[in-house]
Design a protein around this ligand. Sequence first.
Ligand SMILES: *[C@@H]1O[C@H](CO)[C@@H](O)[C@H](O)[C@H]1NC(C)=O
Ligand SMILES: *[C@@H]1O[C@H](CO)[C@@H](O)[C@H](O)[C@H]1NC(C)=O
Ligand SMILES: *[C@@H]1O[C@H](CO)[C@@H](O)[C@H](O)[C@H]1NC(C)=O
Ligand SMILES: *[C@@H]1O[C@H](CO)[C@@H](O)[C@H](O)[C@H]1NC(C)=O
Ligand SMILES: *[C@@H]1O[C@H](CO)[C@@H](O)[C@H](O)[C@H]1NC(C)=O
Ligand SMILES: *[C@@H]1O[C@H](CO)[C@@H](O)[C@H](O)[C@H]1NC(C)=O
Ligand SMILES: *[C@@H]1O[C@H](CO)[C@@H](O)[C@H](O)[C@H]1NC(C)=O
Ligand SMILES: *[C@@H]1O[C@H](CO)[C@@H](O)[C@H](O)[C@H]1NC(C)=O
Ligand SMILES: *[C@@H]1O[C@H](CO)[C@@H](O)[C@H](O)[C@H]1NC(C)=O
Length: 456
Amino acid sequence: MARFYLIFSLAAAAGLASATDIWGYGEHTTGGAAAPKSSIYTVTDFNELRTALDNNGAPHDPKIIYINGLIDGDYLADGSLATEEHYARNGNYTFERYLDSFNATLRAILGNSTDPADAAELALLDAQETFRQAASNEQEAQIVLKIGNNTTIESAKKAKVARIQNSYIALNQTDNVILRNFEVYSPIDLFPEWDPTDGSTGNWNSKYDCIGVVTSTNIWIDHITLSDGDHPDSDEPIVFGHQIQRHDGLIDITEGSDAVTLSFNKFLSHDKTNLIGNNDAGNLGPGDTGRLHVTMYGNHYYNSLQRSPRVRFGEVHVFNNYFEGQSSGDEKIVYFFGMGINSTILSERNAFEINGTESMTTKTNLVVGNYKGYKFKDVKSTVNGTEVDLEAVAKTKYDAAKASEVAAAAAAGRVVAEWATHEYTDVVFTPPYEYRQKKTEDVAKWVLKNAGYGNL
Ligand SMILES: *[C@@H]1O[C@H](CO)[C@@H](O)[C@H](O)[C@H]1NC(C)=O
Ligand SMILES: *[C@@H]1O[C@H](CO)[C@@H](O)[C@H](O)[C@H]1NC(C)=O
Ligand SMILES: *[C@@H]1O[C@H](CO)[C@@H](O)[C@H](O)[C@H]1NC(C)=O
Ligand SMILES: *[C@@H]1O[C@H](CO)[C@@H](O)[C@H](O)[C@H]1NC(C)=O
Ligand SMILES: *[C@@H]1O[C@H](CO)[C@@H](O)[C@H](O)[C@H]1NC(C)=O
Ligand SMILES: *[C@@H]1O[C@H](CO)[C@@H](O)[C@H](O)[C@H]1NC(C)=O
Ligand SMILES: *[C@@H]1O[C@H](CO)[C@@H](O)[C@H](O)[C@H]1NC(C)=O
Ligand SMILES: *[C@@H]1O[C@H](CO)[C@@H](O)[C@H](O)[C@H]1NC(C)=O
Ligand SMILES: *[C@@H]1O[C@H](CO)[C@@H](O)[C@H](O)[C@H]1NC(C)=O
């Protein structure tokens, strides 16, 4: 079965790694391994999980938390489940009024009326954005799980269910965390924001990632199954010409985070899956330059529409992952690998299986997207079992983006943006750690057998 072959001569042979040992930039992560008996917890609900994370007032000391049950972020201290009305209780927010607040016709009618009730209604419309923010802050304060340093969270061995839902798992200025072998449903933003200035026709924006790795180091996320659960984007109505967004990233790694490994996770039916680096200035936290080192292997992406991952600044090593997607229809792939500003991506032996009647060329073109990046190397990846030239796609897309920036700069009489002054290159970093790879032809089977909650 295990037809491994060695890429690096293995000093690691001494430790003889199994398929589930940690490799990559996150390899020094130990989580709560040093926890004393008194800091080992089994939790069955959200409040117990919060209490365990507090670890008797020492939230950064080593601790191991086993999940046995359904952990729901809407679960209030008294055991009831918070609703939209609960979070909005200190204002007069309603979704209908929020939408009305953007209706210029209605505002003009109310504003020209001499009826005091209409004036009061207009005042309520004016206050909707303030009310929305207040309700949104209430929801965030309730559902956020702040993970301290030196933490391991994993499924209890006997758990029938080990799932976190309706919660924002926040690793913010955190060091040394292992999240392993459980299921997560992406939280639902009950108060999404309409931003008329986002893009040319406005857009809906959601506030929460599912797991946010913000300014954090030494993180290992392994064997987690992530999805939108019972609330797929496709259920959302289209309002103002755009589908309402209630989800953001599944695992986003941002604001100068570093030393992260994502292994054997399952990312199911989601739009924006893994963002690495969240702005082109790279100036948040300690800054992104020289950080955002991430390794990803053994992960299964099933109908992940974009950002699988999208990278800025980082050096990201993506090997032996299995990607399943579609080249047409409602869940059409936008792209898998997004080459962002100052990003470097090393892809090795990834297997892409793309359904649809489109040509192999069309399918291969969907694998890489350009967002100002010019450094990309691929070794032996396949699309539908055929070895393809992803570097040619990456180069063509960078060259096209560069040409249009050069033309735009000339037309506007300004200097060309720095990102567009380079030549495409396939010269990237050499991973500074030992790892082993499967042959591409074995990747699908290997990933399907090993990835996700319950496959440890
Ligand atoms: C909400 O509306 C009611 C009646 O319309 C008003 O009495 C109350 O002051 C409002 N609350 C806030 C926080 O604006
Ligand atoms: C805006 O308000 C006017 C007046 O109440 C109404 O006729 C119209 O349908 C509203 N437009 C939308 C998009 O809701
Ligand atoms: C009254 O209606 C006019 C024309 O529809 C509009 O331009 C104006 O802004 C309205 N006044 C107020 C206070 O909304
Ligand atoms: C991270 O924590 C800092 C300090 O508490 C806070 O200001 C910031 O908003 C947090 N960032 C995110 C993305 O939650
Ligand atoms: C937790 O880790 C962060 C990030 O490395 C560090 O800044 C902070 O001081 C640590 N907290 C404690 C209590 O050690
Ligand atoms: C706990 O975290 C701190 C700060 O990140 C780190 O220096 C320390 O080595 C950790 N302790 C253990 C026992 O893992
Ligand atoms: C990207 O890297 C180049 C060096 O290659 C540097 O000059 C530039 O400032 C970086 N861009 C940003 C936005 O940091
Ligand atoms: C592609 O088609 C196969 C065969 O019908 C199906 O099993 C698989 O789930 C499809 N993949 C996606 C991403 O929809
Ligand atoms: C992969 O693509 C080829 C060529 O487009 C197609 O014939 C084949 O059916 C595809 N495989 C799947 C699983 O869709």
